[in-house]
Ligand binder design. Sequence first.
Ligand SMILES: [Zn+2]
Length: 211
Amino acid sequence: MAEWLGTGLQNLVHRFDSGRRLSTKAELLKHAVRDVDSERVIQLGSAGALEEADALSWREFEALIQQLFEAAGYECRHVGGRRDHGADIIARKKDEVLAIQVKHRRDGKRWVGERAVQAVVAALPLYDCTRGVVVTNSTFAPGVKRVARAHGVVLRDRGWLRAEVAAYCVICGKHVSPRVRKWCLDRPDEFRGQVYCFEHQRRFANVLRIA
Ligand SMILES: [Zn+2]
């Protein structure tokens, strides 16, 4: 399961600031959030990416999660909404079909309970899925893990999301390995909590040397 989100995401999320485009890598996001009204998005690999994810609307957050799975090579279909029958995204890769239930918590803290697991289990036959996944920017209530395990449902919590939104170079959007990510995040004085691919680390270092 860990290799799910291991492939390259070339076109990333960009930030719009009062209508002004600050980044040009818009293609994938446009696709992912096409029916989202707001233009607020997040910049992956930046120091504040996780908090920016908290501030998204639930629909924007669903779009972000869809985007992360698409980056991992899944073909995604959004089926969510107010009456989502327990799944927000159906993600397919080869024989694997995931029913993904997305739970967004504005505060990033309020527990997600057992009901989310039950809902996604109910969605499995409805969409011919092979496995259920519950993703949240928060954490799961005690005991949910046990229920999920019994149903073969995969739980992805805030810790997972923190790693995922930091898995991309903040400049070029290239997916970086866990080692590169750790290298950057372990050196806050040098990289200021941002993640850079090898190439941009070098350039960054050069700039610092000149300055
Ligand atoms: Zn880069």
